[in-house]
Design a protein around this ligand. Sequence first.
Ligand code: PLP
Length: 227
Amino acid sequence: MGEISQNLAGIRERIRGASESCKRDPAGIRLIAVSKTVSFGMVKEAHAAGQRAFGENYVQELVKKADILANLDIDWHFIGHLQRNKVKYVIPIVKSIHSLDSIRLAEEIEKRAPQPLNCLIEVNLAGEGTKTGIDPAGLPGLIQAVKGMSKINLTGLMTIPPYDADPENSRPYFIKLRELMNKINDEKLYARPLAELSMGMTFDLEIAIEEGSTFVRVGTGIFGARG
Ligand SMILES: *Cc1c(COP(=O)(O)O)cnc(C)c1O
């Protein structure tokens, strides 16, 4: 086994172990391999080891990888900050966008998408520290706007907690994201109940799974440290 397939097996085992310890069905947790800055060859290796969902942060890199790897059955997820003028390049490629964070971005997706596109709203729960994601106070307004858009299929929420060496410190953010989704569903703010929580990375995926994650986004745990 190559290193990437070994790493992947290890991450799958961590997902299985975490879901078992909190009595969740591991099938309810999808692994997104975050391939930003990673070579085409390494993506191919992960694909050969059975991985199908990949996450990219940068539009130019996504477009290039999707083109070069077009013969592979890959589901691309866009997980980075998305500028409105780049939406048109992303839409034909991706299965979902995890980083919807403004009404203006939603309007651009609505204008450009030929068919409904799965989107998750990125929520900035840390306040000043990070620059991406919508403030929780802005969530109801964004959801209200998206509700009237036929090309956006809102499926859930995403967050990136501030980095902290102790994964336990991610837990309050994961709990908060789940509570926000439950509140949105209880108050029927959207046309359909939201079901996806995109949370958890290499170092804190177990905590995220315990708190209800349905998408974990793992980069270094699969591909090694980024250069
Ligand atoms: C880079 C990145 C990840 C993966 O982080 P790792 O610590 O390498 O697992 C997950 N989500 C987002 C949004 C990222 O930018």
